[in-house]
Design a protein around this ligand. Structure first.
Ligand code: TYM
Length: 335
């Protein structure tokens, strides 16, 4: 049976991008693979969240996982920080990672640009070595597949590089070379409602539709989505903000609905108000069952604690085995 590993940072509630890029695939995979899904709380420390906010967000991600359909009896669900073995593997992999390749990582460059960090000396070492920690998360269970969105592709390439370097340096065939995975075969990138190409919690709250948004909030957000004055020529190329609405519709609506509005657009008859109303209702149809479960689970701390404890115990068994074997390969043996 294949091993599947993935995680999501607790930086807020999960949105449709997280769902279609990652979570939907987690749920499908839990029936056919040995799955480990975690809340990447160590990773979120690179941006220094407040302690109380971090704690709240960790709980929210676990709630969203369960509400969306992850089953703790099928998948191992845990908090990244409940596995100190990951931190040890991260340390060991750091010896195989080059500062040059880390500095060139696209996600780091984007972070520097978005946060307007003028001086690279101010990048914390956690941010620089972020891909090494991600590799440790994945290799700690020696994964075959990693369900993620398009933005994580490079991190997966780096994971394979570190794994291959380990195998080469120690002349073993120990780590598998895990691949980024999506059921549709292509990795996805869900756009935002604000005209941005990626729905992202850090960029703009209004661009995101959360699984935990109420129907009223979804209606409000979608009706405010950026549009323009409409096409003036038939089959006109769509500007980004309009393309985004169609992409979102493709994710949540039926093919017939999508086709109908595509036709309207191509004939210059599209009414964005109607299109947005339809999009909002289709999003609600899709998120409503998850939303209701979220409300139920939020108040069930005992159950959440039980799930986290059970997951941590199972994940540590697998992680301890890896670290023991890696230590032996490297030559760290007790005298
Ligand atoms: P994070 O927390 O930014 O995002 C979690 C997952 O959601 C996907 N995603 C998207 N997919 C499609 N469209 C979008 N607009 C969109 N926004 C987010 C991401 O691709 C990701 O799959 N570094 C990771 C967390 C992580 C991890 C790991 C993942 C830590 N260790 C080990 C896999 C394996 C991250 O920041 O994801």
């Amino acid at each position: 049976m294949e091993t599947v590993v993935s995680g999501i940072r607790p930086t807020g509630f999960l949105h449709l991008g997280n769902y279609f890029g990652a979570l939907r695939n987690f749920i499908k995979m839990q029936d056919e693979a040995n799955c480990f899904f975690f809340v990447a709380d160590y990773h979120s420390l690179t941006t220094h969240p407040k302690a109380s906010a971090l704690n709240e967000h960790v709980k929210n991600v676990l709630v969203d996982y369960l509400a969306a359909g992850l089953d703790p009896e099928k998948s191992t669900l845990y908090m990244q920080s409940d596995l100190p073995e990951t931190a040890e593997l991260y340390l060991l992999l750091n010896m195989l990672a080059y500062t040059g390749e880390l500095r060139r990582t696209t996600s780091l460059k984007e972070k520097i640009k978005n946060d307007k960090i003028n001086n690279e000396d101010n990048v914390n070492a956690g941010l620089l070595t972020y891909p090494v920690l991600q590799a440790a998360d994945i290799l700690i269970h020696n994964a075959d597949k990693v369900p993620v969105g398009k933005d994580q592709e490079q991190h997966l390439e780096m994971t394979r590089d570190f794994a291959q370097r380990f195998n080469y340096r120690y002349e073993v065939d120990y780590f598998k070379l895990p691949v980024a995975y999506n059921f549709g075969n292509e990795l996805v990138k869900i756009p935002g409602l604000d005209g941005s190409t990626k729905m992202s919690k850090s960029d703009n709250e209004a661009s995101c539709v959360y699984l935990s948004d109420s129907p009223e909030i979804i209606r409000k957000k979608v009706m405010k989505a950026v549009t323009d004055s409409g096409p003036i020529e038939s089959h006109q190329e769509k500007p980004q903000a309009i393309e985004n609405l169609f992409q979102l519709m493709k994710a949540v609506s039926t093919p017939e609905t999508l086709q109908f509005f595509e036709g309207q657009y191509d004939n210059c008859q599209v009414r964005y108000g109607d299109m947005k109303k339809q999009l909002a209702e289709d999003m609600i149809l899709f998120t409503a069952p998850i939303y209701e479960k979220i409300l139920e689970l939020r108040n069930n701390d005992d159950y959440l604690r039980k799930v986290a404890k059970q997951g941590a115990d199972k994940a540590r068994e697998s992680a301890a085995k890896t670290v023991k074997e890696v230590r032996e390969i490297i030559g760290i043996r007790s005298l």
